[in-house]
Design a protein around this ligand. Structure first.
Ligand code: AMP
Length: 551
């Protein structure tokens, strides 16, 4: 039986899912779909974008809405135009075999007259931004008095954007009997208030812990002086030409200037900020989606609702002013099961903030080094020779080969390679060759090394990932998760940092204890003696799990 059928979805919907290429349900879909299909309950899903939450509510809606009744039965509120469009598109695909099912996105910044005309045709599922929906309600162009389901998607974002009044007004117009499903990445007080005021005993589900980063995102930081920040960003972009990324700035001015500077230096880039008209914004997004833009520079507000798959990196050109934004920024990568990197270009003074972020997200930030100019230079050169190795010889050249060989007669293989390599050196490569060291080292390493580093002979083969390891250590020794810092999990052993007081507890709980037929061993790692300095990991984009360099 198909795993989606097993959740209680009907054949036409399962067929639609198959045509989209979804092979199996994501965690939130597994848990939410049967609940929403079978129980008449209010619902809170703590989940970020990228977890498959749209389908978690969209599939049940498609099942439950009756397309033979010409009434709006489901309303979805979402913070941005992009998100409304995306939700409507996705639900339209889920309902592609449901005869006569009509779905419409309505949002601000577009011709309201046209939207009113569309609404007159009769819409079963409406996806709306709160502001535009309120306008439409005031013009009596939409009737939400008979809806059975209301979904508040990205509730925290809607409130962040100041839609509080609109949401209240809309909720008050809906019938008592409706069910409310709320999705949010974080649970600030304002979202709690909505749930207390408007929802009845909601069933709560959280994918991962609330406020926790998605496991597919590796969180990293580098410590860099403000004057070196631009060069540092360039190093990361140059080190890996597969980077397809977003760079976040705090202000539109910074975003504009950064994009301009990058363009001048030859990067395919543009800025997305609040000064753009909707049409300009659409054009930028289209160029980013089609990869004409490789690095999109954005402000927090403008980037809301950006929904692009396969983003490999999110760079924080500045640490966000409001730490809650961090989750939203980083959530643009690591989507749909793919891995991604979220990297903060931190001011040396920001390290305390990063520590707070670690605590809040219950995740670990790895300190990485800015690739050195020499590393980039070598990588580029090697890339060139790899391309030579893999190139197919062109037929037209063949007859000329004897002549060419004659021309180069007398040159050894070594000399030939040396000259070829020298000729490929672009201006950029030469710049890198003379590039100075940019990482601010001493302080950066301080944060990734909390307390004492311990060694234990338990590894990947015994526990499931870092989260499994953390749970195991905390459960058995009684120390809180917040006392544990960096974890370097290997197959049979692990190095991990713990606060000093906790270290003793861990040693007492484990050392000498029998475990699955062997004796556990815990001791302070050699690295902690100060004789050998732990080398930080090199930034290797695309590489999912970095191996810590152990002496
Ligand atoms: P969302 O969290 O709803 O924004 O979804 C993120 C992305 O994952 C979207 O591009 C979805 O089309 C895709 N997606 C959702 N569910 C699945 C699934 N079960 N299998 C594969 N891809 C999925």
């Amino acid at each position: 039986m198909n795993e989606f059928s097993a959740l209680g979805l009907s054949q036409p919907v399962v067929d639609a899912i198959e045509s989209l290429g979804f092979e199996r349900p994501t965690t939130i879909q597994l848990q939410a779909i049967p609940k929403l299909l079978n129980d008449d309950t209010d619902f809170i899903g703590l989940a970020q974008t990228g977890t498959g939450k749209t389908a978690a509510f969209g599939l049940p809606l498609v099942e439950m809405v009756d397309s033979s009744i010409p009434e709006t039965q489901a309303l979805i509120l979402a913070p941005t135009r992009e998100l409304c469009l995306q939700i409507a598109r996705e639900i339209g695909q889920f309902g592609q075999y449901q005869k006569g099912l009509r779905i419409l996105p309505v949002y601000g910044g577009a011709d309201i007259g046209r939207q009113i005309q569309e609404l007159r045709k009769g819409i079963h599922i409406l996806a709306a931004t709160p502001g535009r929906l309120r306008d439409l309600m005031r013009r009596k162009a939409v009737d939400i008095s008979k809806i059975q389901y209301i979904v508040l998607d990205e509730a925290d974002e809607m409130l962040n954007m100041g839609f509080k009044e609109e949401i209240d007004e809309i909720l008050q117009e809906t019938p008592e009997s409706k069910l409310t499903w709320l999705f949010s990445a974080t649970m600030p007080e304002e979202v709690r208030r909505i749930s207390n005021q408007y929802m009845v005993k909601p069933f709560e589900l959280s994918v991962g812990q609330p406020n926790t980063g998605n496991e597919d995102i590796e969180h990293q930081f580098v410590s860099v002086r403000p004057k070196d920040r631009y060069d540092a960003l360039r190093r990361f972009l140059d080190y890996d030409n597969e980077v397809y990324g977003l760079v976040f700035c705090r202000t539109r001015r910074d975003a504009g200037e950064l994009a301009e500077q990058l363009t001048r230096d030859g990067y395919r880039t543009d800025a997305l900020h609040g000064d753009l008209s909707q049409a300009q914004r659409d054009r930028v997004m289209e160029r980013f989606r089609s990869r004409h833009i490789r690095v999109l520079v954005a402000t927090d507000v403008a980037a809301r609702g950006i929904d692009v798959d396969n983003i490999t990196h999110v760079f924080h050109y500045n640490i966000p002013e409001d730490l809650n934004f961090y989750t939203h920024r980083s959530g643009r990568t690591g989507r749909a099961g793919r891995k991604g990197i979220s990297l903060i270009l931190a001011h040396p003074k920001d390290l305390a903030l990063i520590r707070r972020l670690e605590k809040r997200l219950k995740t670990q930030f790895n300190g990485v080094e800015i690739p050195s100019g020499q590393e980039i230079f070598e990588k580029r050169l090697m890339g060139f020779f790899q391309r030579i190795k893999n190139a197919e010889g062109h037929e037209a050249i063949k007859p000329l080969l004897p002549k060419l060989l004659e021309e180069l007669e007398g040159l050894s293989r070594e000399e030939l390679i040396h000259r070829l390599a020298s000729m490929t050196m672009s201006r950029g490569m030469k710049t890198h060759l003379n590039g100075k060291e940019l990482s601010v080292k001493s302080k950066a390493s301080r944060i990734s090394t909390r307390g004492i580093e311990l060694f234990i002979n338990i590894g990947n083969m015994d526990v499931e990932g870092k989260a499994g390891f953390l749970a195991f250590i905390c459960r058995q020794s009684g120390i809180p998760g917040s006392a544990v810092g960096k974890i370097d999990l290997n197959s049979k052993h692990t190095f991990f940092h713990v606060e000093e007081e906790a270290a003793e507890k861990v040693i007492r709980a484990f050392d000498g204890t029998p475990y699955q037929g062997r004796e556990l061993r815990v001791n302070a790692s050699q690295q902690n003696t100060g004789k050998k300095k732990g080398k930080k990991k090199a930034f290797k984009p695309g590489k999912k799990k970095f191996q810590g360099v152990r002496g």
